[in-house]
Each structure stands twice: as structure tokens, then as C-alpha cells.
Ligand binder design. Structure first.
Ligand code: ZN
Length: 339
């Protein structure tokens, strides 16, 4: 093994936040390296599924990068879950990013995906594909529902969108009323994304016909700043996003702009792979199937095996373990019914 290869494997994922001083524009750049390679390696090690085909890998990687950017963009103490519900060979793509930027991701593929498959050929064959963004509060109150926004995979002219970045730009404009530019890319080593967002200007909503010309000019000027930075951002090529480091990308695009950067989030504070599955959660899931269903599985297979799609962990419940799940439940029920 060459040293270069070794160094490549040890690269930590990073998230960079920045603003443009004096301009109503903020941005973020994410590079998932070790976290992304971890997710891919776990999938490749799954003997049932094998590795993702290249187009699926690109889709999930771009979703993972976008999920981190969206989590970094909100003030919210809970998980951000980005999902694609497909009507083609890819049924489901899920990315879950916690407030501390630990993340996990998985795709469910049921049919063959060609090497050159487009987004719509994977998830929007019959126009039924959907993208959902869910904000799930950390400490959900009883009865409290997570917030969910759903967007179709179509543009304003009814055309099928072929980039997940466009789907999410639409979502941000709809849900937050904020102009957003997203550039995403992913291969077998890196999943990366660059986001630029126009911040609302105070009182902008009241700038209708009555606004005086000074205010109007100021707002227009600030909108021009965003347009200029948006054009610079869109000039970033996929290949550059995948291969250049954050310093080089930011310098190359914005060297003439008043860029102010925050301390990068790397390592313990940065994006990293972590799965939240546990024997207890799997036990709850099995319990929710009901006694009858679980007994029939045990009659057929002698035990209940559940694998985690995110990390590949295998959980086994033998007949004694499984019976214990329901004994526990009945104890809970009797405890709750004493009044
Ligand atoms: Zn897991």
C-alpha cells in the first residue's frame, strides 16, 4: 500500500461554515470522506445486497452531503431525515443526521440499475417519486408529531428533475422562502456539497410599492450580491468538488468576496458515521409485530433474525428471548392499568 492511499483513508470528514461579510449571504461546504467510505464499506460487506451500483451510490452520497448541510443550516435539536420514496428500482433512500452531525444512510434497491441510470430512471419512473424532509425533535412530547415536508421530483415547468440538488433547492425555497444554491457530488471516496443561501433582509417583506427608493436600491443591491455569488457557486464543477480540498474550493470561487470563515467542524465535532440501532430498539420493533406473527416466524425459522440496513449489525432473538419481549409487555400493561 502506498502512503498516499493510507493518507486518503485517514482523511476525516469536515464541515465548513462561512459568511460573506456585509452581504446577506451565508454558506457551507461539506466533505464526507471517512464517514462516507464507512457507509459504503458496510453495504459492500452485506452478502445479501452487495455494494451499491454507481448511480445509486451517487444519489445516496449526494443525499448524505445535503443532509449534513441542511442539519447545519437549522437551529433545531433533533434529527434531520432526508428520504426519497422511489417508484422505480430504488424504493427508498434514507439519510439521518443528528444535531451533533453523526449520520447514517441506506438505500433499498429492488430492481436492476443501469450504469448510466438517471435520477428519474431510479426513483421517478411513473411520476410517483417523492422526497421528504423530516425534523424529528430529540425529546418528543407525547402525541407530538415530527415536522415533515414533502416535495415532488418535478420542476416548475412540470419537467422531471434529474438532480437531487434541484429537488432540495425547490424545497428550501418553498419551506423557508430562502433562495438556495446547492452543488452536490459523490463517488466511491467522497460525498461533498456546497450550499449558498440568501438571508432575509430585515423588513424586506414590506418593500412593496410604498418603499422609498433608498430602501429599494439597498434591497436590489443585496440581491445582486447573492446573484453574483450564486453564479460563482454554480461554476464549481462536480470533479472539482470531489477532488479539491475545502481551502482550494473556497479560494478559487470566492477570492474576490469578503469571505469570513468559522472554525471547521472535523473529527469529534464534525460529520461522522454512527448507527443508532440497539438490541432494545430491535426488540421493540419485534414486539410491535404481535405475538402471533412472532410465533409463526419462530415456528418457521426457529428464531427471529433482524439485520440493520444502516450498519449491518445482526440481532438474533431465540424463542426464549422472543417470549421475554412479550412477558415484558404484559408486565408493563398490568402496571399501567392499576388505578
Ligand atoms: Zn445499525
Amino acid at each position: 500500500m502506498r502512503i498516499g492511499q493510507l493518507a486518503g483513508e485517514l482523511t476525516l470528514s469536515e464541515l465548513h461554515k462561512f459568511i460573506f461579510e456585509g452581504l446577506p449571504v451565508r454558506g457551507m461546504l461539506v466533505r464526507l470522506t471517512d464517514a462516507w467510505q464507512d457507509i459504503l464499506a458496510r453495504r459492500a460487506a452485506n452478502s445479501e445486497t452487495g455494494a451499491y451500483p454507481a448511480p445509486v451510490r451517487q444519489l445516496l452520497g449526494e443525499m448524505a452531503a445535503a443532509g449534513v448541510l441542511m442539519q447545519g443550516n437549522i437551529k433545531f435539536n433533533g434529527a434531520l431525515v432526508l428520504q426519497i420514496f422511489g417508484d422505480g428500482p430504488v424504493k427508498l433512500g434514507v439519510v439521518e443526521v443528528q444535531p451533533d452531525f453523526s449520520l447514517r444512510a441506506t438505500c433499498t434497491q429492488v430492481g436492476d440499475v443501469d450504469d448510466d441510470a438517471t435520477l428519474s430512471q431510479m426513483v421517478n419512473v411513473n411520476n410517483q417519486g417523492r422526497c421528504a424532509i423530516t425534523l424529528d425533535p430529540q425529546d418528543r412530547l407525547p402525541g407530538q408529531q415530527p415536522y415533515q415536508g414533502v416535495v415532488p421530483l418535478f420542476g416548475d415547468q412540470g419537467e422531471k428533475l434529474e438532480n437531487i440538488s434541484e429537488v432540495l433547492e425547490h424545497y428550501m425555497l418553498q419551506s423557508e422562502q430562502l433562495d438556495t444554491v446547492l452543488v452536490l457530488a459523490a463517488d466511491d471516496k467522497v460525498a461533498a456539497g456546497l450550499l449558498i443561501q440568501r438571508l432575509p433582509i430585515e423588513g424586506e417583506g414590506n418593500l412593496g410599492g410604498k418603499a422609498d427608493s433608498v430602501e429599494r436600491e439597498a434591497a436590489l443591491g443585496q440581491s445582486e450580491d447573492f446573484s453574483r455569488i450564486a453564479i460563482l457557486t454554480k461554476s464549481l464543477k462536480r470533479e472539482e468538488l470531489l477532488t479539491l480540498d475545502a481551502e482550494t474550493i473556497l479560494h478559487r470561487l470566492y477570492w474576490e468576496e469578503p469571505l469570513a470563515r468559522f472554525e471547521p467542524l472535523i473529527g469529534e465535532t464534525g460529520p461522522r458515521f454512527a448507527c443508532r440501532c440497539s438490541r432494545e430498539r430491535v426488540g421493540n420493533m419485534i414486539r410491535s409485530l404481535g405475538t402471533e406473527e412472532v410465533e409463526s416466524i419462530i415456528a418457521e425459522r426457529g428464531q427471529v433474525d433482524v439485520g440493520c440496513d444502516f450498519c449491518g449489525a445482526e440481532y438474533r432473538f431465540d424463542p426464549v428471548d422472543a417470549a421475554g419481549l412479550f412477558t415484558g409487555l404484559s408486565a408493563d400493561l398490568s402496571g399501567g392499568s392499576v388505578h
